[in-house]
Design a binder for this molecule. Structure first.
Ligand code: GUN
Length: 292
């Protein structure tokens, strides 16, 4: 069994990006600039945004954090999105989700100029991804592709089961695994809460990508000997054993599943660090105006 070290790969990629930024600056170019809008004080969102700002520093990017209180109006937020769309100094920006209930996430996402949508959430980027056109690919699926690439994991002709159908992970992941490219060329099955026989589907999978947000859902008896298991789960549950008072739980019963796998990602230290690094790569592309 090979443990996929997302932390080590992400550190390596940040170094590669920082090198490229150094070269850009040495040639008189501008550092890529990522802006992030954070509304409220949700613990998970605070942690993710802080990690994104820190990753920008490691990559040599400029970053701006724009904060609003929970009671910001949709109109104010849309105005800020419009300002960032027009700000020539900002190469790409994200609006951290979830947003408070009185604000339409879809409206906000669609207000972002797709050419600055480094999260890859805008319908234009999602649509382009689904037909294989250059676009910003959402960070988590892209991070998983990079892990498959760096560990040279074969995907062509394999049966890949994606657990979860979210717009951010499940759907784009399925589209990418079936694309005519490497990683891809897999036969993809998407399972969700209404799937009748999830265990049976998983048992025949060469690759399982678990992104349903249910701690320890994938059990050893659901996994074929030699399977590749990618765990996207990041459920934060209270814990008395950690300094932060929280512990991250993956969607896979790691202890019992790992011995059966050819490759597996841990939580934390697997997909999570790759997600942030994918956002950095999209920001670098945005700075270089390489896609649009
Ligand atoms: N909330 C959870 N994951 C993400 C992400 O990748 N981007 C944004 N903007 N919000 C999130």
């Amino acid at each position: 069994m090979t443990l996929i070290d997302g932390k080590a790969v992400s550190t390596q990629i940040k170094k590669e990006i920082a090198e490229e930024v150094k070269e850009i600056v040495a040639k008189g170019g501008k550092r890529p600039h990522l802006a992030a809008i954070l509304v409220g004080h949700d613990g998970g969102s605070e942690t993710y945004v802080a990690s994104k700002v820190k990753a920008c520093e490691a990559c040599g990017f400029k970053s701006s954090l724009i904060r609003y209180e929970e009671d910001v109006t949709e109109k104010e937020l849309l105005q800020k999105v419009e300002d960032l769309n027009k700000d020539a100094d900002v190469d790409g920006f994200i609006v951290q989700l979830p947003l408070p209930k009185h604000i339409s996430e879809q409206k906000v996402i669609e207000a972002i100029d797709y050419r600055k949508d480094v999260d890859g959430f805008h319908p234009i980027n999602v649509g382009r991804l689904s037909i294989g056109l250059p676009c910003y690919i959402s960070a988590t699926p892209n991070g998983i592709l990079e892990l498959l690439r760096r560990y040279k994991i074969e995907t062509s002709g394999k049966k890949c089961v994606v657990l979860g159908r979210s717009n951010i992970v499940g759907k784009p992941m399925a589209a990418l695994m079936m694309q005519k490219a490497y990683p891809g060329n897999a036969t993809v099955t998407v399972c969700h809460s209404r799937t009748a026989n999830i265990a049976e589907e998983c048992k025949t999978a060469d690759i399982i990508i678990a992104a349903l947000g249910q701690p320890e859902f994938v059990k050893a008896e659901m996994v074929k000997e030699g399977a590749v298991v990618i765990d996207v789960g990041t459920t934060r549950l209270p814990s008395t054993k950690t300094k932060s008072g929280f512990k991250l739980h993956g969607d896979v019963d790691f202890e019992n599943v790992a011995p059966k796998c050819s490759f597996i990602t841990p939580v934390p230290g697997g997909v999570g660090p790759m997600t942030i690094v994918s956002l950095m790569r999209n920001t670098l592309l945005a700075g270089k105006k390489e896609i649009y």
